[in-house]
Write a protein that binds this ligand. Structure first.
Ligand code: ADP
Length: 409
């Protein structure tokens, strides 16, 4: 490829100026020689003599010289001026938003450099705008996981970055909405199933009674008793369900300062009859001084009632329920331990899911709904806390961590 020699426009204008001046001097000299020659010949000399007599030979020479110089200069600089005008037009196009505009000025000078820069600018911006546009079309068609490539150190790269962040956020929101919809549908399915089972058996027993298909009063009472027991568990399910949806729909909390130790001593009182019935003892291991949290006492009572009654229901073979209360690093830890059969390892990850019951508890029909731990978890979480479980042949321990409040002065 032939490489052009770079000559700056300053030198080009100087060369044109010198060239035009030289040619003008030559033209004036030739004119003077021609006039000197023609002056001797009549009748060609008449206009010459007239001009010499009326205008003067010097003035005529100067006027002709200047006019010739101007003509030459304008003609010689015309291509450079046209290039500059072309560049101005392309820049005007870009300024009005048409970035695909380009120029074919290829001179080896400053104008050529400007033209090259304009072309690469328009090519870069235009191709990147195309990419961004393509990305936006994809996103508009619902492909929210589409990521527009982000060019570093590029102002448009910041726009691409913001669009990516926007589509990610949108994707996240849609996903959350879908999950919420699925959760709602799952809940309805679970509820319908769990309501139908006891209701079907209640209807079955009531039908036997209605059609007088019992042999004596003892059998009648037996059927009525089953129907009654099933109705109670149905009521418990409806109550639990109401509680669960109420908490998960963002119920207002009535927060107040609460001493955890006093709270558990009071709660333990409520369980005296059922503990006695199960032949169990509840022990509270707590520090001497009050352990303060900010909580809704009624909600918290609901949460821990579930844990303690589970301890009685599923741990009665262990005879003890131990509650350990401790304050550590801005948290209050409450561990509720029982010593019955362990929760199988494979069930642990699902234990806090609603309607989830360990297979054995289902078959033993302990009267649970599978909502207790889900309710407890929701209550602990709305209080800014966490719940976890560890279960082994030694013990089953549910631990809750709640943010501590400052102790009273
Ligand atoms: P429910 O008690 O109504 O079945 P929960 O959500 O309270 O529902 O508990 C879910 C399951 O977790 C129970 O079915 C039971 O198998 C198991 N579980 C809960 N607490 C304990 C515990 N303290 N010890 C052993 N198993 C437990």
């Amino acid at each position: 490829m032939k490489t052009k020699v770079y000559i700056g426009i300053r030198w080009k204008f100087l060369a044109i100026f010198i060239g035009c001046t030289g040619l003008t001097l030559l033209f004036v000299l030739l004119g003077w020689l021609l006039a000197s020659y023609l002056i001797a010949y009549s009748p060609y000399n008449r206009p010459l003599i007239w001009v010499i007599n009326h205008i003067g030979s010097k003035i005529t020479g100067v006027v002709f010289g200047i006019s010739f110089f101007a003509f030459l200069y304008i003609t010689a600089t015309r291509p450079l001026v046209l290039y500059a005008k072309e560049l101005a037009a392309v820049l005007e196009d870009m300024a009005s938003g048409r970035f695909h505009a380009s120029t074919d000025v290829k001179t080896a000078d400053e104008l050529g450099t400007i033209a090259g820069n304009i072309n690469s600018l328009s090519e870069q911006v235009h191709s990147y705008l195309d990419e961004i546009n393509h990305g936006l079309t994809e996103i508009a068609q619902g492909h929210f996981d589409y990521q527009i490539p982000v060019r570093e150190n590029h102002d448009l790269g910041r726009i691409a970055d913001s669009i990516n962040a926007m589509s990610e956020q949108l994707n996240h929101s849609i996903q959350e909405e879908r999950n919420a919809e699925k959760t709602k549908n799952d809940l309805i399915t679970g509820v319908s199933h769990d309501l139908r089972t006891p209701l079907t058996s209640i209807l079955g027993f009531l039908e036997i009674i209605d059609k007088d298909r019992y042999t004596d009063e003892v059998e009648l009472r037996y059927y009525m008793n089953i129907a009654y027991e099933k109705s109670l568990s149905l009521k418990k399910l409806v109550d639990d369900l109401f509680e669960y949806t109420r908490i998960n729909n963002g119920l207002p909390l009535h927060l107040r300062e609460l001493d955890v130790v006093g709270f558990f001593r009071q709660l333990a009182e409520e369980f005296v009859p059922s503990l006695e019935k199960a032949g169990m003892t509840l022990q509270i291991h707590a520090p001497e001084q009050p352990v303060m949290i900010r909580a809704d006492g009624d909600q918290l009572a609901r949460a821990y009632e579930n844990l303690i009654s589970n301890g009685i229901k599923y741990g009665s073979s262990g005879k003890y329920i131990d509650i350990y209360i401790a304050q550590e690093d801005g948290h209050v830890s409450i561990r509720i331990c029982n010593y019955g059969e362990p929760i199988p390892k494979r069930d642990i990850p699902y234990i806090f899911e609603r309607f989830y019951r360990v297979e054995k508890s289902r078959s033993k029909s302990t009267g649970g709904t599978g909502l207790g731990l889900a309710i407890t978890k929701s209550i602990i979480e709305v209080h800014g806390g966490q719940i976890s479980v560890e279960s082994s042949t030694k013990q089953t321990a549910f631990e809750t961590l709640l943010p501590a409040a400052a102790a009273p002065a």
